[in-house]
Design a protein around this ligand. Sequence first.
Ligand code: HEC
Ligand code: HEC
Ligand code: HEC
Ligand code: HEC
Ligand code: HEC
Length: 184
Amino acid sequence: MVKKFFEWLKKPMGLIAVGIAFLALFSGFAYWLNTTQQSPDQPIQFPHKTHVAFGIQCLYCHPGASKGPAAGLPSQAKCWACHNQIAKTQSSALLAPLKDAVLAGESLEWVPVAIVPDFVQFNHRPHIAAGRNCEECHGDMSQVNVAENPQVMNMGWCLNCHIEAAGEDQEKLIKLSDCGTCHY
Ligand code: HEC
Ligand code: HEC
Ligand code: HEC
Ligand code: HEC
Ligand code: HEC
């Protein structure tokens, strides 16, 4: 049986079949390569624009921003509370991954885009308490479809604003530019 198969492979028809199989594999690989190169690879192409336009508050989905260090990304339960009542949820291809996650009881693994390295201490709370708004650091999210980092969150960026925020207040300047304020 196996021997017969190899003999057949050597005949023209067999060679063509091998060629077709190879092409199929190759195009599958090319497709995979192409789709994995697209970024950002979020589980759902979440449109900020649509949701902010409906008047949903930033803090509804990112409540940690006013309370603590991390703003937090919403769980699927938060999405579903609204989407299970929206007709479009049944038909939208964009929302299929949300339905699948809810049915399977799996959580959505959002890929963070706004990040500073672990050796930097950033806390949202003092910034929000000082009256800074989300837009100053994250850009106008009401115009964004899939989130991208609008600027480089590096040391110079933090320091520039800290120096500006301190103004003439020397004590504040020392505090806000002290290495230990952001690295400890
Ligand atoms: C309905 C829920 C919802 C609302 C309202 C919302 N967001 Fe988001 N936000 C998300 C989700 C989901 C993500 C993760 C997916 C992504 O990055 O696109 C995200 C990501 C982000 C990110 C990128 C952070 C990261 O590292 O992933 C920023 C910054 C952000 N949101 C800011 C805002 C601001 C500012 C507002 C208000 C103008 C807002 N969001 C309103 C759900 C929401
Ligand atoms: C407070 C209600 C509410 C919450 C919470 C909410 N959404 Fe929505 N979402 C909507 C509405 C309303 C629409 C627009 C539906 C329409 O166009 O008919 C929408 C549209 C969408 C769309 C576009 C669908 C399409 O085919 O155009 C996606 C994707 C989406 N939401 C994902 C999410 C995700 C993910 C979350 C959780 C992070 C979330 N939504 C949380 C109300 C909500
Ligand atoms: C002073 C600048 C600044 C302001 C103001 C600010 N952020 Fe951020 N935000 C950051 C930085 C820096 C990070 C990265 C933090 C990290 O990696 O630990 C971040 C991260 C995030 C993330 C990613 C997820 C997470 O949990 O860290 C979200 C979502 C977010 N911010 C939402 C908001 C919202 C909503 C507001 C307004 C209520 C806001 N931010 C105000 C600087 C800011
Ligand atoms: C848009 C302006 C702005 C940017 C950008 C910014 N900050 Fe701040 N930061 C402030 C203000 C304003 C305060 C509060 C100052 C005060 O106490 O009045 C503050 C306070 C802080 C504090 C608390 C200091 C204390 O009193 O203990 C830390 C820590 C901090 N920032 C870290 C960072 C880091 C890390 C970054 C960059 C990743 C950053 N900040 C970017 C404006 C900014
Ligand atoms: C306001 C916050 C803040 C203060 C104050 C601050 N840093 Fe930083 N530092 C950062 C951030 C944010 C990064 C991450 C830079 C990046 O990702 O490019 C960083 C990165 C660094 C790095 C790594 C550089 C690199 O290229 O990876 C060193 C070293 C460093 N800081 C030293 C210091 C020293 C020394 C001081 C005091 C003179 C100081 N920092 C004060 C926020 C701060």
